[in-house]
Design a protein around this ligand. Sequence first.
Ligand code: FAD
Length: 697
Amino acid sequence: MKESNVDVLIIGAGPAGLMAANWFARTGTNYRIVDKRSSKIFAGQADGLQCRTLEVFQSFGFGDRALKEANHMLEISFWEPDGKGGLYRSARLPDSIPGISRFQQVVLHQGRIESWFLDAIRKWSGGKAKVERPVLPVRLEVDESKVEDPDAYPISVLLKTLDENEGTPEQFGAKIANGLFRSFEGDQEKYYKDAKNLANDDSLELVHAKYVMGCDGAHSWVRRQMGVEMEGESTDYVWGVLDSVPITDFPDIRNRCAIHSADSGSIMVIPREQGLVRLYIQLRETPRDPATKTESEMGKNEQKAIEKGRVDRSKITPEVILDNARKILSPYKLDITDIKWYTAYQIGQRVAPKFEKFERIFISGDACHTHSPKAGQGMNVSMMDTFNLAWKIAYVAKGLASREILKTYESERLGVAQALIAFDHKFSRLFSGKPALPGAIGNDGDGISLDEFHSFFAKGNEFASGTIVDYDDSVLIDKSAGKAVAQEIDKDVVLTISPLAKNISIGRRFDTAKVINQSDARPWYLTDCMLSDGRWRIVNFAGDFKQVPELSKKLNWLGEYLAGESSFIKKYTPPGAKVDSVIEVLTVHASKRVETEWDDFPLAFRPRDCAGRMDYWKIYVDDDSFHEGHGHAYEKYGIDREVGAYVVVRPDGYVSMVEPLGEEGIEKIAGFFGGFMIEQKVPPRTMFEEIETYGAD
Ligand code: FAD
C-alpha cells in the first residue's frame, strides 16, 4: 500500500469538484482530485449556466467558450389551458432580467462544461494535474489532536483504485445514454472489508491530507463520514427529462416555455445546442419501488423522505416520457428524433445542516443541497460553493491567511443553500400543481394560481441569476461603513451601501463597467482586469484628481504609502514575490484621459518588475472610447467624481468594503486585512504562479 501527503484532497469530479480543482490549479495549490467513475459524463444532466456562473467562467478565461458553444436562452413563454381543451400563450418575459449582468443564461450539457474545466486545469497546472479515475475512497479518519495545527495533515483517507468495470456504473436501458444507473453506495464497505485482508494491495493508497473536500454528489460518502444527515422532504411529483430533437407544430419550441395543461401535468421546454431541446415532463403514471435503499445506507431523515415510495427508475423509458409529453402538449403534435439522454427523478428538497467538520472536511454542491432541476440551479450553486471555498483553502494552505477565514464557508453558503431550497420548494409546487380551471387565470380555487406562478417566476429570476447573493459581515466582509437600504424593485431585500458608492452593495459581487486603459486607449470591462487568479484587489477610484487638488494629494499620499516599508500590502506579500502577487491596486480615475500622463501617477501605481518592465494594466479611466462609447463607470457605481472611494474586492469577486480615499480609508483597510492575513517573513513556497497577462485565452 502506498502512502502520501497532499494539502487538499477533492473527492468527486463533477461541477463542484472541478471548480475547486480549477481554483487550486490556478493558484498553484497542492491538491489531488479523485472520482469513482472511470470517465467523465458525455451527455445529459445539468445544462443551464446562469449569469453569475458565466461571469465566473469569464474570470477564469473560458467564458467565451460558453458563449460560442451554448444555446443562448433569451425569452420564456408561458402556456396555459384555454378552457376549451387547448393551450394558449399567456405571457412572454425575458429569460434573464435585463441589465442584471453583462451575460444572459445559456444552456449546454454538463459534459461540455466539465471539459472546459479539464482544459483550464491542464493549462494552469502545465499538464500536471488531472482527475484520478476510477478511485474510490473507502475509509476516512481524523486525528482530532492535530486539527488546529495549520501545518498538520490530520485527515487520512484510504483510496482504492478500481478497475474499469468497477468504475462504470451499470446503466438501465443502456442503448441510450441516461441518468438511470445503479448506485455505488455500499461499495466502500465491501472494499474496506476486503482491504483489511489485503494490506499489501497495490491498488490501495493511504493519503494524509490537510483538507478534504467532499464534492461527491447527492449520496455523498464524505457527508456520511462527517455524520451529517440531510434534512428535508420529498414530494409525490415525478418528472422525466428527455434531450432530443423534436418534430412538432408547437410554435415556441425554440423558446424556454413553462406549459401547464388542464389535467395532464406540466412541461418545461429548454431549447439547447445543436437543435436539441430538453423537455422536463411531469409523469403522471410511474412504477414505484418503496424499498430503494436500506436504512443503513441512508440517514433516518432520508429514509423518512422516501417512505412514500420512489419511482422505479429502471422501468422508465423514453417512450414512457414521450407519451406523457404528448398528452400535456395536445392538441399540438410531438415526435422526436436524435435522443441524446433521458432520466427520471422524484422532486425533493433537502439541505445538510452542517457543511464542514473541524474546518478541515467540507461538503459542497449536491453533497449538501438537492432540489428539482427545472430552475437550472443545481450545477450553478454547486460550482459557486467551491468557488467560494477553494480560494480560502488555498490562502490557508499557503500560509497567507489564518484558518479563521474557513469559518466563512459555512456561514456564507449555508444561507444560500437554504434560500435555494425555499425558492425551489415554492417553484416546484407552483410548476407541478394543477392549475385553477377553467382557464381562470388568477383564480386559485382548487388549483394553483397561474398569476402567482408568473410573478414568482419573474421575481425568482433575480435569485436564479446568482447575482444577488449577499454575504454577511464576517472576517472577510466589513459592512460597518455601509447603511442598510431597501432595494428598489423588492423592498424585502436589504442592501448594505456606503454613501461613497451608492450602487455597490457590500457583500455582493462587484459588478462590471467599461473603462479605458490609460496607456493605450483600449476599452475593458473592469472585471476582465480582475481575473480569478487568487489576488485581492483594491480598486482606487481616484476621482477627477487633475481638477480637485484634495484628490491629487490623496493620490500622492497613497503612492508614498505603498512605496514605503509600513505598507500592509508588503507585510502580507512573501519576500521575493511580486509586489502585486497577493493584493493588487488598480486605479480608475475620472480626469480626462488626454489631459493625463503616466507621470501624474506615483510609481507605486505602475510598478516595474525586476527586469524593468512596466505594468501598463493597472491604470484606467472613466472616459470616452473611440469605438465603444463611454462606460460611465463612476455613474454606474454611484461614485462621486470629486470624492472617489476605495473598493476592496475579494479573490472571488465579492465586495469586502468601501472606504474613503486617503489615510483614514487605508488605515481601516489595513485593519481589515490584519484580521486574517499572516505577516510573510520567508520567500513563498508556492505563490500564485506566474500571473497571466490580462484576457488570458
Ligand atoms: P455531481 O455532479 O453529482 O458530481 C459528483 C461526482 O462525484 C461524480 O463525478 C461522481 O462520480 C463522484 N462521486 C460520487 N461519490 C463518490 C465517491 N464516494 N468517491 C469518489 N467519487 C465520487 N441538474 C439540472 O440542472 N438539470 C438536470 O436535468 C439534472 N439532471 C440530473 C440527473 C442526474 C442523474 C444527476 C445525478 C443530477 C442531475 N442534475 C441536474 C443535477 C446536477 O447535475 C447537479 O446539481 C450538479 O451536477 C451537482 O454537482 P456536484 O459536483 O455537486 O455533484
